[in-house]
Design a protein around this ligand. Structure first.
Ligand code: FBP
Length: 305
């Protein structure tokens, strides 16, 4: 399939990257039901590591099987499937070439109470060995340990880019620096998008922001500039602006499992606000297979417009 004008436009924002990295960004944008539209729907399945197997897979026991997620992403027409090393190693050969893969290079579990900080659990060479298009990496702005996470990402992103891979950053504010409500506050989430862009991310994944304003100085700035934040579409629009005036791909996470209409209403607002797509994990793999495919197809239909 020839690259569409929209895909060419998006690739022009990454013109400093080598042809290998640009090719991988193009593969992300030219695969699946949304190929060529400039929109993306990615299936992420790192929740087994992040939240534990029972919380993640008990609602749909078939999802304990690594093959399940490859097949789900393929059957639903996703742009890519993202997972930690173990899940990708388990299916990368069987499903080789059928779905672009993103290897999550760092992960954290829910078993410790210290400040949020992920361990580096895989390498750029693992990503190449498994045929991935990109590395994935989580940062926790707001954590006391954010600096080592940013510094590790600098090294990994440099290596990934030099070896022709793309870089996807999960930007999840949390930790001592911010309140629980502040983790999804519009000032904090848009700040996390900006940090990710400055760290060199090609694709930035954030949570849907609320209208809460966490930081007093940022609150004043939002109010003085009269930045609209009443609707989710308004807030998505500001997050996209915060990521280099819309010149970085910003996608939104699905969050904990919820009703189909709630998911679709949120997607409509993300589309309206100019978001580039979604990364939908629990709302997909915790549903029975047919229901998950149906929901993902409805999400893609909204993005396709
Ligand atoms: P979901 O759609 O299930 O929210 O998945 C997106 C995701 O980013 C996963 O990659 C990650 O494991 C999870 O969210 C983290 O969720 P939380 O911040 O609630 O721990």
């Amino acid at each position: 399939m020839a690259a569409t004008d929209r895909v060419k436009e998006i690739l022009s924002w990454y013109s400093s990257e080598n042809p290998g990295t640009q090719t991988q960004i193009a593969r992300l944008l030219m695969t699946g039901t949304l190929a060529g539209t400039g929109k993306l729907v990615i299936l992420p399945v790192d929740q087994g590591f992040e939240h534990g197997p029972a919380r993640s897979f008990a609602p749909n026991p078939a999802a304990h099987d690594p093959d399940y997620h490859f097949q789900l992403a393929i059957d639903a027409g996703c742009n890519a499937y993202a997972a930690p090393l173990g899940f990708l190693e388990a299916g990368a050969s069987k499903f080789a070439g059928q779905i672009p893969l993103i290897l999550k290079l760092n992960n954290s579990d829910s078993l410790s109470k210290v400040e949020p900080c992920s361990a580096v659990t895989a390498s750029v060479d693992d990503a190449l060995r498994l045929g991935c298009v990109a590395i994935g990496y989580t940062i926790y702005p707001g954590s006391d340990f954010r600096n080592p996470m940013y510094e590790d990402l600098r090294e990994l992103a440099l290596e990934a880019k030099s070896k022709g891979l793309a870089v996807v950053v999960w930007a999840y504010p949390r930790g001592n620096g911010i309140s629980k409500e502040g983790e999804t506050a519009i000032d904090v989430v848009s700040y996390a998008a900006q940090i990710s862009a400055q760290l060199g991310a090609h694709v930035i994944k954030i949570k849907a922001p609320t209208a809460h304003l966490e930081q007093a100085e940022a609150k004043k700035a939002f109010e003085k500039a009269k930045i609209p934040i009443d609707t989710l579409a308004d807030r998505v629009s500001y997050c996209v602006k915060a990521a280099f005036n819309g010149k970085r791909i910003v996608i939104f996470s699905g969050g904990a499992a919820k009703g189909t209409q709630d998911v679709l209403d949120e997607i409509r607002q993300i589309k309206q606000g100019g978001g580039f797509g979604s990364i939908v994990g629990r709302n997909a793999f915790q549903r029975p297979h047919a229901e998950a495919i149906d929901l993902l197809k409805q999400i893609m239909a909204i993005y396709k417009g």
